[in-house]
Design a protein around this ligand. Sequence first.
Ligand SMILES: [Zn+2]
Ligand SMILES: [Zn+2]
Length: 281
Amino acid sequence: MNSSCVFLAALAVFLLVPTGVALSADQAPVSDGPARLTILYDNTTAREGVQGDWGFACLIEGMGKTILFDTGTKPEILLANLQALKVDLGQVDVIVISHLHGDHTGGLLAALEKRPGVALYVPSAIVSVPESAYERGRVPSLARLSRPDTKIIQVDGPVEVCPGVRLTGQIVGPNLIPEVALLLETRSGGTLVTGCAHPGVVLMTRRAAALRGKPVEAVIGGFHLNQTPETEVRSIIADMKAAGVVRCGATHCTGDAAIAQFRAAFGTDYIPLGVGRVIDF
Ligand SMILES: [Zn+2]
Ligand SMILES: [Zn+2]
């Protein structure tokens, strides 16, 4: 673990600024209309005419607000994929950054230039880190990635973005990288969307279930298992199923071998991802 990770972890534990609206488990707003999730940036592609690259970004529509979740690595690839998929960032109401790594924040400034003044939710640990810490590590500075007119909302505890959309709050797992996941309440049930799931996808799933007061039906995103032994991935899958997860889509930093394990374990309930994939709820 490098020094910036340790520093961030210390900040996450000791210096969190309480922000947002805390929600109890009995509050479970549901969007009862059609909702759609489109993968905009991913390591792989699901259709012609788009580019795959290490990183993650997706768009959520139909939940009352249009949400851009993460922004990928390279602005030029994000913009090219947006154009190919005919997605206009001018329609985005909210941008959420899951965690501070460059493969989730790289396209942020480009996105903000397309949609100035948008609300930007970020883990509070990002905001709390002094500039000197960024210079020591490979962590991007939010001051450099955002614009003066950006409305930055620090996420500490669980927050409601709009009816049917909540953020889990900042979760810190054993590897001490603070991360926020998106929890959607759709017609198909609770869906958790993760960036890299650095705190551990099982921990994040359990936190989301605790927030709902019942299991999360689907988990989608990067699970960061590309270095994880097969036996450990098997037990992670078992834990997710035991937690009540019925459908699953693993991508980005999950790694090809682990993705194959998830695909096999969930069978027809596996959700293939990749740039251009559209999931209707
Ligand atoms: Zn990451
Ligand atoms: Zn990542």
